[in-house]
Design a protein around this ligand. Structure first.
Ligand code: PLP
Length: 374
């Protein structure tokens, strides 16, 4: 038996997504830019998918663009907001995904952009009072880039409140919603979001297909130059099957949202009860009381030689989970997120992340294995 508990990294594709994509790959292979019938069919399939994506976040159809990943979407927003919209300062958080943080480093170094980080607490919660203080402190045209849910610890920000603060100070608001899109309702209008990114492979869609919402009032210029695809915004022949797969995955996820969330909440509560019953001085990273993404559980084990080997030994036992460390120059180090929340570096963190496909039996198996290894 192999058990997959790394759904924050990527998810298995839903069988209905695979069949929708197979159908497109075998039947609808026209190039959407061609004006003959094959091309027109492919084009109309893409536009249908765009409607589904726009509806998902309450955007208009012209505000949604397909990309190759959320990494691309985030690069596009951050770099082109500086290039096109006169953004001189970006306020972000130290726990953002590397594709945001690395883009910010680039902008600081090569585009003279001022980068500021909000304060966070030990659970990764954003200090909104501080955000407001630094926004009120400068007249510089500012973009606030804060993710909806952290991919390592699950702590969620409060888009409504961030949107309100941004509006008050005339700042733009970019939200990396990769870990939440389809799982929780997102309304870019109500939340005051100007830019938002998502990625199909995080919600049982295919890899290599992302989306970006760009508000009509703050439209960016093309990120990739060439043909006129994506209304000139992103040249390159479209990934038609991927786009269809993403739209299908959205349809399935939204039709079953409540049911899936109930199941995932049950999985989370179940594994926490079982782990707590072990009396191993286990701690949980990130917000555990209210503002968290239910599918991500970051578990911190007390220092021991066995804890160091846990992810590897679980893998050998048939369980895929993720560690919160990165290997740098042969030395294992806590990730930037663990460092930012000041997680004690001698403890060992494992991230378990769930999807609708996981079962309580799988979690029983996991706990039995942890018992034998700790
Ligand atoms: N942002 C967050 C929060 C993520 O979790 C990820 C993927 O792990 C990304 C961005 C990048 O997404 P993609 O794999 O589509 O490039």
């Amino acid at each position: 038996m192999r058990i997959y508990l790394d759904n924050a990294a990527t998810t298995p594709m839903h069988p209905e997504v695979i069949s929708a994509m197979m159908s497109v790959m075998s039947e609808d292979y026209g190039n959407p830019s061609s004006i003959h019938r094959h091309g027109r069919t492919a084009k109309s399939i893409i536009e249908q998918a765009r409607k589904t994506c726009a509806k998902l976040v309450n955007a208009s159809i012209g505000e949604v663009f397909f990309t190759g990943s959320a990494t691309e979407a985030n690069n596009m927003v951050l770099k082109n907001a500086v290039q096109d919209l006169g953004v001189k300062r970006i306020i972000s958080s130290p726990t953002e995904h590397p594709c945001v943080l690395e883009s910010l480093d680039f902008l600081k170094e090569h585009r003279d952009t001022e980068i500021m980080m909000v304060n966070i607490d030990g659970q990764g919660n954003i200090d909104l009072v501080y955000l407001e203080a630094i926004l009120s402190d400068s007249e510089s045209k500012t973009l606030v880039s804060i993710m909806h849910a952290n991919n390592e610890i699950g702590t969620m920000s409060e888009p409504h409140l961030i949107g309100e603060i941004c509006k008050k100070y005339n700042a733009l608001y970019h939200c990396d919603a990769v870990q939440t899109i389809t799982k929780y309702p997102i309304d870019v209008q109500a939340m005051g979001i100007h830019f938002l990114s998502g990625s199909a492979h995080k919600f049982h869609g295919p890899k290599g297909c992302g989306l970006v919402f760009i508000s009509n009032d703050h439209m960016l210029s093309p990120f990739i130059h060439g043909g006129a695809q994506e209304r000139n915004m992103r040249a390159g022949t479209e990934n038609v099957a991927g786009i269809v797969g993403m739209a299908k995955a959205i349809e399935i996820a939204t039709n079953h949202r409540e049911q899936t969330l109930t199941h995932i909440k049950e999985l989370r509560a179940y594994i926490k009860d079982k782990l707590n019953a072990l009396n191993y001085d286990i701690q949980y990273n990130g917000n555990q009381s209210k503002a968290y993404a239910d599918h991500i559980l970051s578990v911190s084990f007390p220092p021991s030689p066995k804890a160091d080997m846990l992810v590897m030994n679980l893998d050998i036992a048939g369980i895929s989970a993720s560690s919160a460390s990165a290997c740098s120059a042969g030395i294992e180090e806590d990730s930037h997120v663990m460092k930012a929340i000041q997680h004690p570096s001698d403890r060992k963190t494992i991230r378990f992340s769930f999807s609708a496909f996981n079962t309580l039996d799988e979690l029983d198996f996991l706990v039995e294995k942890i018992k034998g290894m700790s």
